[in-house]
Structure formats: C-alpha cells, structure tokens
Ligand binder design. Structure first.
Ligand SMILES: Cc1cc2nc3c(=O)[nH]c(=O)nc-3n(C[C@H](O)[C@H](O)[C@H](O)COP(=O)(O)OP(=O)(O)OC[C@H]3O[C@@H](n4cnc5c(N)ncnc54)[C@H](O)[C@@H]3O)c2cc1C
Length: 363
C-alpha cells in the first residue's frame, strides 16, 4: 500500500511527488507516456520558475528573457501597445526539458516514477484507493492510501471520481518557425474570439506562433490568418486543451486533483505551470495520507492563495471581448511601464505597480 499514488507526471505531479517523497512518504507516480511529451505548451513562465527547479536547471532549460508584451487589437501589422517592466518579467524555457528535470527531482527525492504506465480505472474505498494500470508488462493493480489526480486538463481521475469539470476547456494550437530571435517582447493579438494569438521569440530555438480560443470557434482558420499575416513558414504543429475554472471542488474522500486537472490556471493567459506547482506544494504540506480530513485543508490552502488571482484573471480576460474602439482607448491609456507580476493580477494594486503608474504622471 503506497501512501500516495500520483496519476500523471507533468509539472504538478512531479512537484507533488517530489515534495511528498521528501517528507518520507511512499510515492508511486504513473505517467502514461514519456515525461514531457507530446509538447503542447509555450513554456513562457515568470522568473519564479527557478524557485521550483534544481541545480543547473537554468543553464539547461533557459531560451530567452522577456521584458514585456506588445498588445495588438489586430494582426501583425496593426498598432502595437507595449506593456513592460524595467527588469526581466518572464523567461521562455524548454518545456519538455522542464518536465524531465522535475521528474528527475522527484526520483532523486525517492518517488517511484514509472513511464509508459496508463491508469485506466480508479475506485475509491473507505480506507484506500484501488488503481488499475496498463504498463509494459501488462495490467497491474496498485493500492494507495490517497490518490493525486495530476493527469491534466482531460483528467480521467476527475471523471472517475465524479468531481466537477472546469467551466471551460479552450483549444490551444502552436507551431514553430526557425527564425533565430532574441528580442525581449512577446506579441499578443486580440484577434481570437474571447482569447488571443501570440508570437514568442525563443532565442536560438526559433519563434513560436500560437492561438487559443473556445471550442467551436474556428481555431485553425484564425491560426492560418496569424501565420499568413506574419508571412512565415511554420512546422511542428501541436495542440492541447486549456482548462479555465476553478471548479467548486477538487477533493473527494481519498483523492485530490492538482494542476490542470483542477483548472489551476490563469484565466487571462491559460498559463498553469506555476499555479499547478504552487498548489502541489500546498497539497504536500497539508495532506496526511492517514488522515483524510486533511484534504479540506488542501482545498482551503490553494484557494486562499490562488482563487482571488483567478477571479481577477477572469475580469482581465473580459477586456479581450470589448469592442475594438474601446480596446484601443484602453490600451493607449494604460500601455507603458508597469509593475505587475504576471502570475499575480492582484499586484495591479501593489505599491510597486501604483508607484510605476504614478511616476508616469510626473512631467
Ligand atoms: C497551447 C498551450 C500553451 C500553453 N502555454 C503555457 C505557458 O506558456 N505557460 C504556462 O505556464 N502554461 C502554459 N500552458 C498550460 C500548461 O501547459 C499547463 O497548465 C500545465 O502543463 C499543467 O501541468 P499539469 O502537470 O497539471 O498537467 P500536464 O502537463 O498536462 O501533465 C499531465 C500528465 O498526465 C499524464 N496522464 C494523463 N492521463 C493519464 C493516465 N490516465 N495515466 C497516466 N498518466 C496520465 C499526461 O501524459 C501528462 O504527462 C499552455 C497550454 C497550452 C495548451
């Protein structure tokens, strides 16, 4: 009987496995494929990422540093409204490498991380959780005192335990050109219904073009328009789902969700790497596998930390759907230097941001 069986070894599962193993718990982490693949993520993260990684990570994973974003109401040739910090705001990193690095840290901490193991069924009992796994040597059944569902936006664990679905699943697409680009700005185009398209310079690793929008919207058509506008050839197309929430509950009797499975993402960007790992830390700190009542403490802790950020994120996202003339006026009025932390919309009312905004008023 394991203390924790973890389903999915993305950033959330790897981080939780590492932290739980460091506390001396017996952790089995099951990944259906090869850690890090297939890629469906930009790997654009705040510099806080380096607080979650181990030795040598920056040298291995870093691709480019970003100071700000140029917002456009239209396509590539439309007016750009820059928002920037006077310091590095974010980094673009190798996302496949990040997942491998985080999984290695979990292994080093003592977690039993197994690739090519797909969880196909989960049953919750009064005193344990039973998990059916399809692995390279056939089907096996494992038992754990608790189960962590870290299996991404279309979580099988969430479905098996009848936990609430996220409010929305956006459809994101990505592709890459081989332009070498060390520029320090990303471009954001408010051309996709209710969300946006983007261009991210990745240094020597080329340039990424992407777009996300609700299903039903013609994502491919909007993406082709973006690529045509930039007059560039792209390759390695990939796509993935972005859950937007949060759902009303992410815990059951002996199981809990972390990361995309729990829609722990930023509603205004879809980014979830840092929220997922932050929630994983709350889970590892609060949950005792011998005391199911501690699940409530996890539910409280991650919401206390992130739910207000998500609520403000929803409000920011509404601006993507304003009429174009209103967007132009707003972008024109607000663009310039800002003091906002990209993961923390509440920092819009932080002293550093207010100071930056006030300093713009000085003659
Ligand atoms: C187009 C796009 C661009 C994005 N860009 C960014 C960005 O720039 N910055 C950012 O912060 N976030 C970004 N995101 C979001 C980010 O990718 C996710 O928030 C993040 O991957 C969530 O981590 P996770 O560990 O919760 O889930 P995942 O990374 O999805 O990991 C889940 C893991 O579970 C495994 N799994 C699933 N089912 C099973 C099963 N039955 N058995 C065993 N294993 C299973 C999967 O194989 C996978 O490895 C982007 C997402 C998309 C779609």
């Amino acid at each position: 009987m394991y203390d924790f069986v973890v389903v999915g070894v993305g950033p959330a599962g790897a981080r939780f496995s590492r932290r739980a193993a460091e506390q001396g718990y017996d952790v089995l982490a099951l990944e259906k494929g090869t850690v890090g693949t297939p890629l469906a993520c930009s790997g654009h993260v705040s510099t806080d990422i380096w607080a979650f990684t181990g030795e040598g990570a920056r040298e291995e994973l870093f691709q480019n540093e970003i100071y700000g974003a140029r917002f456009h109401v239209g396509g590539p040739h439309s007016t750009a409204y820059p928002f920037y910090k006077d310091d590095v705001a974010s980094n673009v990193i190798d996302r496949v490498g990040l997942d491998r690095h985080l999984a290695d840290l979990a292994r080093e901490a003592g977690a039993d991380v197994r690739e090519a193991h797909t969880v196909t069924a989960v049953t919750e009992h009064d005193d344990h959780i039973a998990v059916v796994v399809n692995g390279p040597d056939g089907v096996l059944e494992v038992e754990g005192k608790m189960l962590a569902g870290c299996d991404g936006p279309r979580s099988r664990v969430r479905e098996a335990l009848s936990l609430p679905e996220p409010d929305e699943l956006l459809h994101g697409v990505l592709a890459f050109s081989d332009e070498v680009d060390h520029e320090n700005f990303v471009d954001v185009h408010l051309t996709a219904p209710t969300f946006f398209a983007w261009r991210i310079p990745r240094g020597e690793a080329g340039v990424e073009y992407g777009l996300a929008a609700p299903p039903g919207v013609q994502v491919t058509k909007h993406f082709e328009e973006l690529i045509d506008g930039y007059e560039i050839d792209v390759a390695h197309r990939c796509s993935g789902a972005i859950p937007i929430g949060p759902p009303s509950r992410v815990t059951s009797r002996r199981a809990f969700l972390i990361g995309d499975a729990a829609a722990q993402t930023k509603p205004f960007t879809g980014g979830g790497i840092l929220y997922g790992m932050t929630a994983a830390d709350h889970a590892a700190r609060e949950i005792n596998p011998d005391r199911p009542a501690t699940l409530a403490a996890y539910e409280r802790a991650w919401r206390d930390d992130l739910e207000r950020e998500q609520s403000l994120g929803h409000i920011l996202r509404r601006a993507y759907s304003l009429p174009e003339p209103v967007q132009r006026i707003g972008l024109n009025a607000l663009s310039g230097e800002i003091g906002v932390h990209m993961d923390r919309p509440t920092s819009l009312v932080s002293p550093s941001h207010l100071k930056t905004m006030l300093s713009r008023l000085r003659p």
